[in-house]
Each structure stands twice: as structure tokens, then as C-alpha cells.
Design a protein around this ligand. Structure first.
Ligand code: C5P
Length: 211
């Protein structure tokens, strides 16, 4: 049986005590993957950003985080003990340089919040992972989809990348359905029809080199 690390959901990057920068990721795809792996008898470490989802399976250890930097720490801590990872989370690419301790007040002037890049968790895992560990990533693209996804797979050291397009109705954020294309590092490309996220999860899990 394999031990699989899965990241899911968005991250929230704090601006002040009551505000954050987030994104529309629901976490549904990552949770469906965790459920599917667990039901197949594998052990799952599910590292989730803030989501409105529950999951209950003896094989799933859920660890909730809020920010990209927290997700990075927890992923790097657990990855050495896993057979592989599926990085499904929509991690923020930027985070505020300064987090205001007090709630920011309304002003007449424009407000400028300076952001710095977050750690790329996938790239860090890709660099530090052992050869026998598998790594799967996701890509959500609005344009030049396949070319961008291929570049990402190479840069981050993925074995394959799951591409979902914002151009497909009913796919992605919040929906219970998804339409994916899998691009493999050996150049193979597999296109799937629109399916429930549960079925999509089963298709992805079927591609993993599980033991
Ligand atoms: O570069 P982009 O964010 O589009 O890459 C998507 C892939 O990289 C996903 O698998 C996502 O979970 C992962 N990622 C990450 N850490 C980041 C940004 C993206 O793990 N900071």
C-alpha cells in the first residue's frame, strides 16, 4: 500500500486581521482524490487550505493550513515519508510583504499593497524528491494551455500534469464536474470527457504508480 500526500483547496494570504487574498478553489477535486486513494486502501495525508468540505475515512489524515507558507512547511515535513504526491491546491503566487496588525481604515487615496512571490511548493518538492517518489501536478490555464502545462511539468519535475481549462463550461471552480487532459512526461496526451470529480479522481488514481 502507498502513502500519498495530496494538497487541496486555496490558500489565504493575510492583509490585516480581517482581510485576505484568496481564490475560488473549492477543494472538491483534491478531496475526491483523497477519498479515491483511501477507498483503494492507500494511506493519505490531505493538506488542505480553507474549504467548506468534510472528509471522514480511517486512511485519511487531514491537516488544515491557511497560507502558502504554512502549506509549504507541512508538505516539506511529510513528503520524505510518502511514496508520492498529487499537488492539487491552488496556492497563491503572491503574498503581502507586510501584514497590518490593525484593520486597515478607509482612506481617500488609492491603497497599494506590495506583494512578494510565495514559495513554489511543487518546484521545491520536484527538486528535493527521491527518484522513486512520484509527483503529479495540476494546471489551470486560460490561454496557450498545453504549452504552458508542458512547461510547468518540466520546471516542477512532474511525472504527469492534469490540465483543466477555464474555457470548458462545467469544469473547475466549485462545480462537481471536471474535464481534464493528462499530459505525460514521455509526451503522451490523454483527453477525457466531462465527468464527475469522483470519476475524474478515479481516472487520475488509475495512472499512479501505486504499490
Ligand atoms: O504555476 P502554477 O501555479 O499554475 O502551477 C500549478 C501547479 O503547481 C499545481 O500542481 C499547484 O498545486 C502547484 N503549485 C504549488 N505551489 C505554488 C504554486 C503552484 O505547489 N506556490
Amino acid at each position: 500500500m502507498s502513502k500519498i500526500l495530496i494538497t487541496a483547496g486555496p490558500t489565504y494570504e493575510r492583509i490585516d486581521p480581517v482581510r485576505f487574498i484568496g481564490n475560488y478553489s473549492s477543494g472538491k477535486m483534491g478531496f475526491a482524490l483523497a477519498q479515491s486513494c483511501a477507498e483503494a486502501g492507500h494511506e493519505v495525508i490531505l493538506i488542505s487550505g480553507p474549504v467548506q468540505l468534510q472528509i471522514n475515512h480511517a486512511n485519511i489524515q487531514r491537516i488544515d493550513v491557511e497560507s502558502a507558507s504554512q502549506m509549504y512547511e507541512v508538505v516539506m515535513q511529510h513528503m520524505p515519508h510518502c511514496n508520492g504526491a498529487i499537488l492539487c491546491a491552488a496556492v497563491a503566487d503572491f503574498t503581502p510583504i507586510v501584514v497590518s496588525e490593525k484593520k486597515m481604515k478607509r482612506e481617500k487615496e488609492n491603497l497599494v499593497i506590495e506583494l512578494k512571490p510565495t514559495q513554489d511548493i511543487a518546484a521545491a518538492v520536484g527538486k528535493s524528491k527521491r527518484d522513486e517518489q512520484f509527483l503529479v501536478g495540476f494546471a489551470l490555464e486560460t490561454n496557450d494551455e498545453e504549452q504552458n502545462a508542458l512547461g510547468k511539468m518540466q520546471r516542477k519535475g512532474f511525472d504527469f500534469i492534469v490540465l483543466n481549462s477555464l474555457n470548458d463550461a462545467q469544469a473547475c471552480f466549485g462545480y462537481d464536474t471536471n474535464k481534464i487532459t493528462i499530459l505525460h512526461k514521455d509526451g503522451r496526451k490523454e483527453e477525457f470527457p466531462l465527468k464527475t470529480k469522483k470519476e475524474v479522481a478515479a481516472d487520475i488514481v488509475a495512472k499512479l504508480p501505486l504499490i
